[in-house]
Design a protein around this ligand. Structure first.
Ligand code: GCO
Ligand code: ZN
Length: 307
């Protein structure tokens, strides 16, 4: 059974590379040009950049919860800040609004986001939480920001819009609405950015808890960070089977991406908010950045926003 194969398990190493005490670390993105990992701390309203060579962190503070960050073609970044898609200039620390969504929903904010293979920035919204996973339901929607800065809406009735990625042939869009406890797939039209034919490809087991961020690997398998589950799981989207479980020493694992040399390392973000003080004492690295090596599979580079 691949999940218990000593060949895969014995070489895996998990290390906290940055003790950042993020309240809710999210949206890890590898930037090859700077050998850095970008990520956000949503409630702290911070975008961070960790240089893997110097081990130093820089940060930009914005004026609302920042839920995702992505690379931008031609340099700089884009981010989802409150209910806005923004362009982020690292040098002068400025965020310029490109588009605003959910104008009639004052309690909403964006959550996870990622750029598609054609350079569109996909991100979904949710109602602001009163505690982790406690919120008014069905308030969110999924959107994308096209390179010309117009926004398209795909669907509403979302609880917590979360992990997203595209198949290696760009024909399938994978998506997680956390409170459905499901990883879903849609047929994807790369030319138009349209999604159709929603179906579930995996239902989380009880101990896996809440599906959160997600990324695809170079073999087309999905990695899902399990919030409250303290793990990332590898799924085969074709068979709907779980192939592997990698447990981490923190319970609120939020998202994952590949990075490092040839995208052979996995980076995992996690949260501290919502943890009891006793548990925090047992998990002092909660809110840090974790690096997993020895997985034996690589990732693919992130797509930059084309606008
Ligand atoms: O990280 C996110 O995606 C949300 O912003 C978080 O608040 C948690 O995921 C949520 O609480 C558990 O589902
Ligand atoms: Zn998330």
């Amino acid at each position: 059974h691949p999940e218990s194969s000593p060949l895969t398990m014995s070489s895996i190493k998990i290390e906290c590379v940055l003790r950042e005490n993020c309240r809710c670390g999210e949206s890890p993105v590898w930037e090859e040009a700077s050998n850095s990992l970008l990520f956000v701390d949503i409630p702290a309203e911070k975008v961070c950049r960790w240089d893997s060579l110097s081990k130093r962190v820089q940060q930009v503070t914005v004026d609302a919860p920042v839920s995702s960050v992505a690379l931008r073609q031609g340099g700089g970044y884009v981010a989802t800040v409150g209910t806005k898609f923004c362009a982020l200039n690292w040098e002068d620390q400025s965020a310029v609004t490109l588009a605003t969504v959910d104008k009639d929903k004052k309690n909403n904010r964006f959550n996870d986001g990622k750029v598609d293979p054609a350079g569109r920035y996909f991100a979904g919204t949710m109602a602001e939480e009163t505690a982790p996973a406690v919120l008014e339901r069905h308030q969110g929607s999924l959107y994308s920001l096209f390179p010309d800065h117009h926004v398209e809406k795909y669907f509403d009735q979302v609880d917590i819009s979360n992990g997203l990625d595209w198949s290696l042939d760009h024909k399938i869009f994978y998506y997680i609405d956390s409170l459905s406890y499901s990883v879903d797939a849609f047929d994807y039209d790369l030319q138009t950015g349209k999604i159709t034919n929603r179906r579930s490809i995996y239902k989380l087991e009880k101990e896996e808890q809440i599906p959160d961020g997600m990324c695809i690997d170079a073999e087309g398998k999905l990695w899902v960070a399990c919030y409250n589950g303290g793990r990332v799981i590898r799924l085969d989207p074709e068979t709907g089977k779980r192939l592997q479980t990698v447990k981490l020493p923190v319970v609120k694992t939020t998202s994952c991406c590949f990075g490092g040399k040839d995208y052979s390392e996995m980076y995992v973000t996690c949260a501290r908010d919502g943890m009891d003080p006793e548990v925090l004492l047992q998990q002092p690295e909660a809110g840090g950045i974790f690096k997993i090596t020895g997985l034996g599979v690589k990732g693919i580079p992130p797509y930059p926003y084309a606008g």
